[in-house]
Design a protein around this ligand. Sequence first.
Ligand code: BGC
Ligand code: NOJ
Length: 819
Amino acid sequence: MQYGYFDDDAREYVITRPDTPYPWINYLGSEDFYGLFSNTSGGYCFYRDARLLRLIRYRYNNVPTDSGGRYFYIRDGGDIWTPSWMPMKSALDRYECRHGMGYSRISSARNGLAFSQTSFVPLKDNCEIHKIVLTNESGADKDVDVFSFIEFCLWNANDDMTNFQRNFSIGEVEVEAGGARIYHKTEYRERRNHYALWAVNVPVAGFDTDRQTFLGLYNGFDHPEAVFAGKANNSVASGWAPIGSHHIKARLKPGESKALVFVLSYCENPDDKKWERVVPGGNHGVINKAPANALLDKYGSPEAADRALAALKDYWDALLGRFSVQAEDKRMARMAGVWNQYQCMVTFNMSRSASYFESGIGRGMGFRDSNQDLLGFVHLVPERARARILDIAATQFPDGSAYHQYQPLTKRGNNEVGSGFNDDPLWLICGVAAYIKETGDFGILDEKVPFDNKEELADSLFVHLKRSFDYTLTHTGPHGLPLIGRADWNDCLNLNCFSKTPGESFQTTANFESGVAESVLIAAIFVFNGPDYIEICRRTGRVEEAAYAAKAVAAMTETIKTHGWDGNWFLRAYDAYGHKIGSHECEDGQIYIESNGFAVMAEIGLDDGRALKALDSVKDRLDTKYGIVLQQPAYKEYHLELGEVSSYPPGYKENAGIFCHNNPWVTIAETKLGRGTRAFETYTKICPAYREDDSDLRRLEPYVYAQMVAGKDAPRFGEAKNSWLTGTAAWTFVSISQYILGVRPVFDGLLIDPCIPASMKGFSVIRHFQNAVYRIAVDNSASVEKGVKSVTLDGKQLDGVVLPALGDRKTHEVKVVMG
Ligand code: BGC
Ligand code: NOJ
């Protein structure tokens, strides 16, 4: 069943009923301030760090689900309802939620009163704007009361949910403009220089800032006492749970509309300008409202809000204009051209911190995750990708290993998680190579970047890449394959962990440092990145290093062929006893997807039939109608020597789930074999737009990828979990844009190398690349899967298939004939 549809012209997903099979969310915000916004106005927002600077409270895993957000209660005569459906689950005569690029709009109506709420974070300002419009669609005058409601988080979202002996005594607010402006200033007196603002642009009839007074101690959000009484209490919070609620009265004639603008903002003052007035000897200084006032002056009218939204739309038009697709297959075109890129922007911004599956209080920025996120983002805002690369590289250790995670606010490596994930260093080469191919900016290699954040250890970014490369070579095991350490890309293959203690982290515990457990995947990642590293060396005059690297890559390729091949597919690893993982000799886990996808992506075995055999084995043994599962057979019991991978019930997560992130590796691998139909099939199986009709089973948003879809061994085969923050976004974008449609940045320009189903008659792509625009029309009337007969650039036949970087700020017409 469907719960909505794509409005392609507006670049919106339109949800047509509020009771979606799971909250279907959107992200507001583009740089420092972000909000999570569900189709019933649930969610929360934060400034830069979802854990430390959280503005409003959110309760995880709550009943009912998704409680808490920015709520508006309507009292229309005696009729009380919530226009976003939640929290009262009001019967609505109309409902629609449009999730667009950085904004959402909920529109609903009941008993002749129409409501719309447009929510977004404007460019460059640290606030959410909620523009509300009420329209009297009835034939009689209406007296309407609107109550707003948000619940402040006491900034540190982790403490906020745990440290109640302190929290219940620290909450403080200030109220101004008769209640129209509510300031949350907990801890401002001592160690904070920031406060939150919840304001409306019209005079109010009253306000509340104390939760218990507004709701009633034993009530839920669905029965606020103040709303039912029809009157705010003008409560001023002192400790307990500070909230913000405005009570606004509106009289509407038939046909009349009224617009209100609410602003929810983070405001910061310099330390010496914290106070407007200090009350002598008292606790109650008056905070400096200058930043709040400036913002409210700016967004004081509905017209100003509309202008800010228009600017946000222009921003997204420009961004998505950088890569767009026209094709007969609308689902592919809208995903590749719009939603996949949108998700890439979100993963780049959030890493794995804040979603409806990631609490925002746990993980920082992942070293490998952020490097991979770059792949799907770098063509949108290359300058931000550049800055990110330098941040990530600064957390690398001098020996080339890396902190697995770092904190976004401090940019310091996270000591609790530490290092030892031996694939991490290689992803830096991958991210930097992608950045240079996109921009031509070899200069980044000369940037001086600290190691372990220590300036005195700084060296050029190139040296960082070299240390990454060498780390792999100096950490090999008995077969000459790279040691896995705590885990490789698969966080759950913990071969030195041997954990029997509940609660022990699989990733940071090593009860048995074998020093021999090896990863074929890391070897393949090494070979995959090898040619780029070699090319970078060559093009920067490092001839000897290039020769050394070429030798090392050739040797690793041979090692994989000798010790990483099982006869019909690539092995996955060797465990701490030197036993094979991912072999026909194993009882469970005989074949894994990752090493097979990556080895063929790295072009290992293209020359001798191994690649073909490996991908055929993947198809025979791992493929399902919803995508390719991670391994087979699923582990039926816990294996001490394997770790977390065998801890999941069969079919979930890394134990034979469809772990979408690695599916595009097979897609790309298939294009290396020239099998366009199969490549496209692996692409569409995990692509959410193709499962829109199947939302009751899939459950999650049809416009974004999920990390996992339950595999065939699971009772809930086909059900998705963990949408939004997954490396799937970047890799699927790479697979569709660079390998299927085949428009791929290379060191010399833009390579044209499509690999599509023979039945696809053609498509076109508009691609901005290094300050020029290429309008590329591909003609496949020859019905082939791969192969380019001719390319013409502005009417002239091109020698070869690489478009040069013209950099002339002009638009160029490119005609490609396949055959
Ligand atoms: C999950 C992985 C995740 C890891 C790191 C594991 O429990 O299964 O997908 O990457 O934790 O937090
Ligand atoms: C999610 C993690 O963020 C990512 O780094 C890892 O590769 C996958 N899980 C697979 O375990």
